[in-house]
Design a protein around this ligand. Structure first.
Ligand code: IVH
Length: 684
């Protein structure tokens, strides 16, 4: 019996590893997401019952679940050095001269790579299995983050090739730009502070205690070095090609250069091209290619003499800080914003930059009237990187952070360990009240089109609404001919516009239609702090209805997969408040969906997209694109954003990009037309 279980665990481990491998290395798949998830769950269950048979290369490590309170300190077998760096091309020519002199020949090559902006990591493999993952630390010793690194899908847990008994691979863990943007969008929706940049986020994520949270953060890793005894490679290029063959993720952007002029051409090529890459890069790394040459050139105390990095200059400008304004978000979070004398930077005029929180103001010691440096790197939002102290007027006084809400005058609070100040007047502070209504009607929540922020502001000013529930008491006559103040985008002047009969009716109709929007959207729309779209879906699925959630204790909420203490605490606090309970009561009476749809067996059978990943592209005659996506999701499917080996179906509308179509054809993805889609959903 126990042998049977062990065999089953082995078989599932091998099978799932095979599918992961072809998915990530060859961009194709032979199994649906649904079947993969089922098998993974089966394996997880078997391992839970029989932990002694869980293999080190089990794909369940990818899901996480390990909690590490303190990371073990580990000494590196080979120190992790840093690189000399420069911003000047002249320095590179000097570097080349030193190399030529050091080697006494002109017969050498360089291998150029991009400098990935992430966190360095060292992976040790023994007998083909990933044994240990360690951060750089101080170069001599770092933190053992193995269980977190195992959640990174492109780091192989096992190498299916003939490999040395022991070797190390080094590279950079990073957060792809799209993942970072999505994370910040989710945080914004959940009323959380924005994260500064992908690099810091990757670094913070890799050191999180709960590896299942790390898994959900979708980190990635590029490898760029192979170390060990008796390796058969003679050059750096051979090493990275070896890594590629063994299934490691190597960025395809490297290039062999035969002269410093070729290196400079590589630098020029990537100066702007790098902005199109999926991750942030801040320069390039130039490495002498032959191992024998590297040995000959040797090392200084801190860095190799055979390599150097060239950093791209971020576009920067200097301007005057005119004032600091404090914005109040819908959760009461205060964000200080620098108002700047307008300055041209990377093609756009910059007038404002976020100062994030009080810590940042303190760190910069920024004072009104200061001349500040603003930079625009790979990120879209400009940032203030420093102060020109030479130009500081001695009269300028240090900035003291506000103590009271600029909107309602309440005294601000700040929890221990939190960076943000909050206005506690949740049920009286106007931007919080309005912000919550705006959030409630937004696309991912109740999706009530036609009700813009300006209309909401007017409804507030006229005392027609004070909160979400009042929306459902609005009558046609409240809206018809209502005068809304709006800024003319062309002239910047404030104009009054009256809501016409047709628009008023549209708003009433949209409010009526919102009563059939699913429970998870309503839950998300309530605007509970830390409850973003994904969390709302998980809570709705688990608790089935609002009463279940409202009456749940913290422990019960934490028991839901991927829901942590912070979220649970916030949910419990929200429903403790009488006004919030009253809100739920009124929404229920208005007829909104406050319970999940019950599916009977026949409905489940009829889910035509069950287990399928579908991509929607182009324009459609009878549906909006978002509408098609909603339909797919409601019929059991997942909606993918781009075509990959994992896409089961492409719904192709008119004018879709030829590249997408070509990729789908190449991968053999099933392609259907709008008419096919209509008949699939029974609307032909
Ligand atoms: S090679 C002995 N290659 O830059 C030098 N490093 O300043 C070993 N980095 O700690 C590093 N991209 O985190 C190398 N293509 C690349 C890199 C790279 C980013 C980082 C790495 C290292 C730091 C050195």
């Amino acid at each position: 019996m126990s042998q049977d279980i062990k065999d089953k665990i082995n078989q599932l481990t091998d099978e799932l590893n095979y599918h992961t491998h072809i998915y990530y290395q060859e961009s194709r798949s032979e199994i649906s997401d649904f079947d993969f998830d089922q098998k993974l769950k089966e394996l997880e269950e078997l391992e839970k019952q029989n932990p002694e048979y869980k293999r080190e290369d089990s794909p369940t490590h990818r899901v996480g679940g390990t909690i590490t309170k303190n990371f073990k300190t580990v000494y590196h077998k080979y120190p992790m050095l840093s690189l000399g760096n420069t911003y000047s091309k002249e320095d590179l020519v000097e570097f080349d001269k030193r190399v030529e002199k050091g080697l006494g020949t002109t017969e050498y090559e360089y291998l150029c790579e991009l400098k990935f902006d992430g966190v360095a990591i060292s992976l040790t493999y023994e007998n083909g299995l990933l044994k240990q993952a360690v951060t750089r630390g101080d170069g001599e010793k770092g933190d053992d983050v193995t269980s977190n690194a195992k959640t990174i899908k492109t780091i192989p847990l096992r190498i299916d090739h003939e490999v040395p008994d022991i070797f190390e691979v080094r590279g950079e863990v990073f957060m792809p730009k799209t993942v970072f943007q999505q994370l910040n969008e989710e945080r914004e929706q959940a009323g959380e502070a924005q994260l500064a940049n992908p690099r810091n986020t990757a670094s913070g994520t890799l050191k999180m205690q709960d590896s299942s949270v790390v898994a959900s953060r979708k980190l990635d890793c590029y490898l760029y070095a192979l170390l060990g005894e008796n390796l058969k490679t003679q050059t750096h290029e051979e090493s990275i090609q070896q890594l590629e063959k063994w299934g490691f993720n190597v960025s395809p952007t490297y290039k062999k250069c035969h002269s410093i002029d070729e290196v400079l051409a590589y630098i020029n090529h990537w100066e702007t091209k790098r902005l199109e890459l999926p991750l942030e890069t801040d320069g390039i790394v130039i490495k002498v290619n032959q191992n024998a040459h590297q040995e000959e050139l040797g090392y200084t105390a801190k860095s190799p003499r055979w390599a150097i990095s060239y950093k791209y200059k971020a576009e920067a400008a200097e301007t005057k800080l005119e004032s600091i304004v404090y914005q109040v978000g819908r959760t009461g979070a205060i964000t200080p914003v620098a108002e700047l004398e307008p300055v041209l930077l990377a093609g756009t005029t910059v007038k404002r930059a976020s100062l994030h929180n009080a810590n940042e103001i303190e760190r910069l010691d920024i004072r009104i009237g200061d001349f500040v440096y603003v930079e625009k790197g790979g990120e879209i939002i400009p940032k203030i990187t420093g102060i020109n102290l030479d130009k500081r007027d001695s009269e300028l006084t240090p900035t003291s952070y506000i103590t009271h809400c600029p909107e309602c005058g309440s005294e601000l609070t700040r929890k221990d360990g939190e960076a943000n100040h909050y206005c506690p007047n949740v049920n009286g502070c106007p931007p919080q009240l309005m912000g919550r209504v705006e959030h409630f009607i937004s696309r991912n929540a109740l999706d009530i089109a036609n009700l813009g922020p300006k209309t909401i502001e007017t409804l507030f000013k006229k005392n027609l609404i004070r909160g979400i529930a009042d929306l459902y008491d609005l009558k046609f006559d409240d809206l018809n001919e209502l005068l809304v103040e709006e800024e003319d985008p062309a002239t910047g002047k404030i104009k009054k516009r009256s809501i016409k009969e047709k628009s008023a009716q549209n708003i009433i109709d949209a409010l009526e239609a919102s009563k059939s929007i699913p429970f998870e959207n309503v839950l998300f729309g309530l605007g509970i702090r830390y409850v973003g779209r994904t969390v709302a879906e998980k809570l709705a699925e688990h608790f089935k209805n609002i009463d279940g959630l409202m009456n749940a204790g913290q422990e019960e909420i934490i028991a839901v997969h991927e829901i942590g203490e912070r979220i649970a605490e916030s949910v419990v606090e929200f429903f403790k408040n009488d006004e919030n309970r009253q809100l739920v009561h009124r929404l229920k009476n208005a007829g909104l969906k406050l319970e999940a749809e019950q599916m009977n067996e026949t409905t489940v059978e009829n889910l035509v997209f069950k287990g399928k990943t579908v991509v929607v592209s182009g324009v459609f005659e009878n549906f909006g694109r978002e509408e098609i996506k909603k339909l797919i999701k409601s019929l059991g499917g997942k909606v993918g954003s781009s075509i990959s080996g994992n896409t089961d179906l492409l719904v192709a509308g008119a004018n879709m990009g030829p590249a997408k179509l070509e990729k789908a054809q190449k991968l053999g993805t099933e392609i259907i037309s709008e008419n096919d889609f209509k008949s699939m959903i029974g609307q032909s």
